[in-house]
Design a protein around this ligand. Sequence first.
Ligand code: GDG
Length: 512
Amino acid sequence: MVRPTDSYTTEPHRVDPPTQGADFVVVANRLPVDRDTSADADPADGPVWRTSPGGLVTAVMPVMRAREGAWIGWAGTADELFDPFDLDDMHLVPVRLGTEDIHNYYEGFSNATLWPLCHDVIVAPEYHRTWWDSYVRVNHRFAARVALEAARGATVWVQDYQLFLVPQMLRAMRPDLRIGFFLHIPFPPWEIFSQLPWRSAILRGILGADLVGFQRPADAANFRRAVRIKLGMTTKDDVIRIPAVPGTDEDDPGTPIRYAVARHFPISIDTADLEAQAADPATIARAAQIREELGDPRILMLGVDRMDYTKGIRHRLKALEELLGDKRISNEDITFIQIATPSRERLDEYQQIRTDVELAVGRINGEYSSLDNQVVHYFHHSYPREEMTAFYLAADVMLVTALRDGMNLVAKEYVACRTNNDGVLVLSEFAGAADQLRQAVQVNPHDITGLKDAIQLATEMPLKEQRKRMKPMRAKLGHENVQAWSQEFLDALDTVADTQDELSERLHDRRG
Ligand code: GDG
């Protein structure tokens, strides 16, 4: 039989719930831990792990503690399978990835097909059937592992684009589960998404979830439109009507129907924790020291990004270079720190962006630096969290010029750290954070003239105006924090699962 491209087959199998499973399961490509291979770790004791603190961990920790939680994901090293272990009140279940999986599923389909496809095809996505086959296999491996770990009726929260197929696979194995899916990156318009040879399979994969969460309303709308166009399903507002058997006539009264909800849940940060760190005398002293070591520049500007072509680092350097050339800002006055943490370094496009950035930094410094002031300080490595907070505290102006970004937590972190309500955030309108941080100086980073005006405005903004903008943004992040985000998502997931009849009424209510 000829199998159409846009489908896949995996061994169909139902799995019985374990007798002692987890009531709450997070499944993500990566476990929130790093292996500590430093010399003092004794190999005889087995691997030593350190949690890698991130917003998601902070957000789900309380739920993990309260509800017998488990986290399922890859431990970050190739070809090694580790036993499940407990760390910092979490039960961690490693999934093995071999060298080929990393090449095809992770670097290939996830980061060289889906990532560029979901970020406005800033670079061309590559479509390889071997990568897709690997993606299907690895997603199945993750789903099978969850099916073995989750207690009867448990809540499973699937994270991000590496695991698009897990919700549907998991539902087939364990129909008793409540499944939520959250996409951290943008969902593209149909006109772009439709390039993907496996577009139906991906849409159906996601629709295995009861609740599908996105960063922005536009992402959710793009998804629902793709579902209408490609799968012919009916939607009303955020409700989607799904025939339980794919391909069956949804108007056949005998066909079982379920309802899923797809809408936005903008992710946020652990605001209180960042504020406390920023108010710590040690951080304040370190921020002052950073400025002093830089020769106390009149204006310190900062950029913090993974080294990624989506982040618009080249665009901001171009704007800076032109402003210096036009003498609209003085090289005596300005110091710019660009932290670009290493990312996906084996992919060509990432080597290219690094080369481009390094050339631009070299050119600007060659032209405009003096013995007294190096204009750009560029760091291609990561820093401890406390040091990052000190940078945020030291910087007068923060540049976030992403060409496309699901949310951009850096923008929110900068705002949270400005405990004196001063400082200026220049923020791309193409970052999800632009929906919440309305008082930022918003820019279209493709418009270099506009970007130059925005940077100049930021460097000249009176303190009164800075405070007028910063205050409401800080107040917003005070309550729109990552704890509220996870709470709202999980409450909504319960509601979807518990109110199928109401959702059916909503969808069929033609008056609304
Ligand atoms: C994806 C989506 C979405 C960076 N350098 C260092 C460091 N960082 C931290 C930042 C921030 C995080 O990494 C980066 O988060 P972003 O949101 O800015 O960007 P992505 O990595 O692309 O994340 C994005 C996010 O998922 C969440 O949903 O917002 O749109 O692309 O927290 O502070 N942290 C430390 N040292 C560094 O050198 N400690």
